[in-house]
Design a protein around this ligand. Structure first.
Ligand code: ADP
Length: 477
């Protein structure tokens, strides 16, 4: 089997390969991927540092062309890369192809942003002096990504980093190196100079830790667990570097008596269970007012019965497997915790066998949950959601906001008054009205509040807040 190597200083290197296993069929090895050492990581950081002066001054047409070429190739290969994504992560093929198209759109967007770099010119407070405000790249950026969006999240960190003139050391999640290798290969062939993007696949405790310990990274952008995020933060303070964190969520979806039932059920089914519930924007708390509660639970349960859990590549599959054994154990532990806490299991709760050995779990719905239960407070990251009954909108809003997290929040209602009030008073970074809490655009800001995020927003033109630093220059006329 071909070994997919790391890209360090423009060379493909590495000998020891780790098997990338298909969660839909654990007998199947998707590929062999190199695992970098701490020393490899230091070499990659040094290469990125050496490449920075030239790349930071590179022309915008060069950056535009490389990012555009990358977007075009990802799009042209969407079926092939989408299939790889579905095989290594387990989301369904349509979801995986959709995510691949999203990655292409992101590279395309930032190809355009490279041509739109702008500053401001202001008169000084003093006579005969002009003031220019410009944005400059910050240096070497460390990019650490999770397994749940194997191509979109790397794209939305790599594309702006390069667009604004930074160089990159990129560590994808161990479970899904395939799509990241594909991006590095495409960017490399698109003409990126040596050392501008370095791919270091490997363990978080080795490669990731070597990045955290480095004094030569000017910034780290991280998406993953709260625990690792805290380590990124602590190490970044020590090294006086910028950091940007996207971590967990416990996203609420409020359903009011006046909601369109079909809209509410579809939004809950989508954001609770699609992509196997493995999205940081998934809704895991369905906060439902009394008048619609029983109808909503009955309709959602009926909808869940129609969802097919099977191999990610099989036509007709709605929900693929859980990503690995460890995550499956977490999901089933939380299902046990929910039962012990006194929530009622309304649907699912069991692992299921399919033709091939894989990590299959039924979509699972609890009812009669309270917001104080652990299943309502802690992120599960699986196809598990709970219904919390409330008396009215005011209680629904209070419960929605009563969480350590604040990434996304949704409301299903036909009331303009309640929708408007919720948009204004939700303590989340993103608010969805009559839409799933998951499912965002690529050209507008993405990010949360409270324990979900730290630092400036990702995506769209707001990405420049992290990937650039402002300079103020005064000139005597
Ligand atoms: P999850 O539980 O979703 O896998 P993690 O935070 O463990 O979340 O993983 C997100 C990313 O952080 C992965 O690329 C992982 O390898 C990396 N990571 C894990 N531990 C560390 C660490 N100590 N230092 C830096 N990165 C790490």
């Amino acid at each position: 089997m071909t070994l997919h190597q790391n890209l360090i200083a423009g060379e493909w290197v590495g000998t020891n390969g780790v098997e990338n296993i298909n969660p839909s069929n654990t007998k199947e090895v998707v590929g062999l991927y190199a695992s970098a050492s701490a020393d490899d990581t230091k070499t990659a950081i040094a290469a990125a540092k050496a490449a920075f002066p030239a790349w930071s001054r590179s022309g915008i047409l060069e950056r535009h062309a490389i990012l555009k070429k990358t977007a075009d190739e990802i799009l042209a290969r969407k079926d092939e890369i989408g299939t790889l994504l579905a095989r290594e992560e387990g989301k369904t093929l349509p979801e995986a192809i959709g995510e691949t198209i999203r990655a292409a759109q992101i590279f395309d967007f930032f190809a355009g942003e490279a041509l739109r770099l702008a500053g401001e010119v202001l008169p000084s407070a003093r006579p005969n002096i002009g003031v220019e405000i410009t944005r400059e790249p910050i240096g070497v950026i460390g990019i650490i990504t999770p397994w749940n969006f194997p191509i979109a999240i790397p794209a939305w960190k790599i594309a702006p980093a390069l667009c604004y003139g930074n160089t990159v050391v990129f560590k994808p999640a161990e479970l899904v190196p395939g799509c990241s290798w594909a991006i590095a290969d495409i960017l490399n062939r698109a003409g990126l100079p040596k050392g501008v993007l370095n791919l270091v696949m490997g363990k978080g405790s080795v490669v990731g830790q070597a990045m955290l310990d480095s004094p030569d990274l000017a910034g780290i952008t991280f998406t993953g667990s709260t625990g690792t995020g805290k380590r990124v933060a602590a190490s970044s303070i020590e090294h006086n570097r910028k950091f940007q964190l996207e971590m967990g969520g416990k996203n609420p979806m409020v359903v009011l008596d006046d909601a369109d039932l079909t809209v509410a059920v579809e939004a809950a089914a989508n954001s609770g269970f699609f992509s196997t519930g493995q999205r940081c924007t998934a809704s895991s708390r369905l906060i439902v007012t009394e008048g619609i509660h029983d109808k909503f639970v009955a309709a959602l349960t009926e909808r869940l019965k129609t969802l097919v859990v099977d191999d990610a590549l099989k036509p007709g599959t709605h929900i693929g497997p859980v990503v690995d054994e460890r995550q499956l154990a977490t999901d089933t532990d939380y299902i046990d915790i929910g039962r012990q806490e006194g929530a009622k299991l309304a649907f699912g709760g069991e692992t299921i066998a399919r033709d091939n050995p894989g990590f299959y779990l039924q979509p699972t719905l609890f009812t009669e949950a309270t917001n104080q239960m652990r299943i309502s407070r802690e992120e599960i990251f699986g196809p598990v959601a709970s219904v919390i009954r409330v008396k009215d909108y005011d209680e629904a809003l209070a419960v929605a906001n009563d969480t350590p997290f604040g990434l996304s929040a949704g409301i299903a209602t036909t009331s303009l008054k309640h929708a408007t009030h919720f948009k204004r008073n939700s303590e989340a970074g993103m608010v969805m009205v009559n839409l799933p809490t998951a499912g965002v655009d690529f050209h507008v800001p993405f990010g949360g509040r409270k324990a979900s995020s730290f630092g400036s927003r990702e995506q769209g033109k707001y990405a420049n807040e992290f990937f650039t630093v402002v300079k103020t220059a005064y000139t005597l006329a």
